[in-house]
Structures are given as C-alpha cells and as structure tokens.
Design a binder for this molecule. Structure first.
Ligand code: PAN
Ligand code: ZN
Length: 178
C-alpha cells in the first residue's frame, strides 16, 4: 500500500475515498432500543452510516472512518449505534468529534461503565477491553472520525446478549443516563 490522503466533508459527513460503507436502518437494529416504535418501523429511516477508508484488516494497519449518526429518538430513547467489543480485545480506539453532540457509552466485561462526551474538537480515547456505543443527544447529525488497529474485528454478539448497563433518554427537557 502507498501513502495517500483523503478529504472529509464534515457537514455532509462524507469521505472522497471509500472502502466499505455500512448503512443501518431502524428495522436492522430496532432490537437495541428498549421500546418498538411502529411509526419508525413503517418509515424505516437510516439511523447511522459508517464510511471506512479503503484499508484491509491486516495487523499493523490502522483503519479510519467517519460515522454519521442521525438525530432522533425511539419514543424517548436517543438514536444510537449497535455497540461492540473488538474481537481482538487488546485494541484501543480513538474518536474525534466533528459535528453534533453525544455520548460514547463505554463498558467492560467486569461491569465498569463510563459515559464520555463527544462533540467537535473533543477526542475520546477508548482503551483496550472496553465495549463502545455512541448516542446522539443533539438535534443535528453526530459526525465523528474514528481510528483503530485494522485487525481488531467487531464482536456485536456479546453486546446483543449483555446489553449496555445504561441507556440515554430525553425526559423532562433534559438528558438522562439510566
Ligand atoms: C466505529 C463503529 C461505528 C458504528 O467505527 O463501528 O461508529 O458503530 P457499531 O459498529 O457499533 O455499529 C468503531 O468503533 N469501530 O471499531
Ligand atoms: Zn470499535
């Protein structure tokens, strides 16, 4: 592989050079929210998109990406990503907020839980062994850059089975983590 650069359109949340693109719609992920919303089932909106750089999953490489997590709620629970551990658990990740505000919910298998704020110019460090899920608590797209060891892999199954300790709701005009 040769050195290269890419351009991010932060407002649009797009990269001009693309490897994998993942689009998650409501019906693909509705089971992660605590309630079902029949209106969203019918409309099936895009909840988030991930644009990855064209990099293979080889040890030694770094994968980087942009996630665009749209604003919205399922009843009163904010839109969020599925969340995962890395398959190679001893791999960290860095997120850099570019647009919008939200929380990165971080959790270990031992039960530690930390909600970390993400917003423009804020870097979130996710250490090895911490599962991570992002929640958009703002009214605009939450756009962030991410970078992690390319061979890390994604374990969604554990999160499906265990869930996250806490969820994020809009209640009485405020953001509640509970
Ligand atoms: C991110 C996430 C991305 C989407 O690239 O994969 O934000 O979240 P889910 O993968 O949980 O659906 C990352 O953490 N990669 O390792
Ligand atoms: Zn990750």
């Amino acid at each position: 592989m040769k050195p290269f650069n890419v351009f991010f359109d932060v407002l649009e949340g797009k990269m001009n050079l693309l490897g994998n693109k993942t689009v998650r719609r409501y019906n693909d992920i509705k089971g992660i929210f605590c309630e079902i919303d029949p209106k969203l089932e019918k409309e099936n909106p895009v909840i988030y998109e991930v644009f990855e750089a064209p990099i293979t999953e080889k040890e030694g490489d770094l994968m980087f990406l942009i996630t665009v997590l749209y604003p919205g709620k399922v009843k009163n629970e904010f839109f969020m990503t599925k969340g995962h551990y890395h398959v190679i658990e001893n791999t960290a990740e860095i997120y850099l907020g570019l647009r919008g505000n939200g929380l990165v919910l971080c959790q270990t298998r031992e039960g530690d839980f930390e909600p970390i704020e993400i917003s423009p110019n804020k870097v979130v460090y996710i250490p090895p062994y911490w599962a991570h899920r992002t929640v958009n608590t703002s009214s605009e797209p939450l756009v962030f850059f991410g970078v992690y060891p390319a061979h890390a892999g994604h374990d969604y199954k554990s999160v499906e089975l265990e869930g996250f300790k806490k969820r994020v709701f809009f209640e009485n005009g405020g953001i509640h983590i509970k």
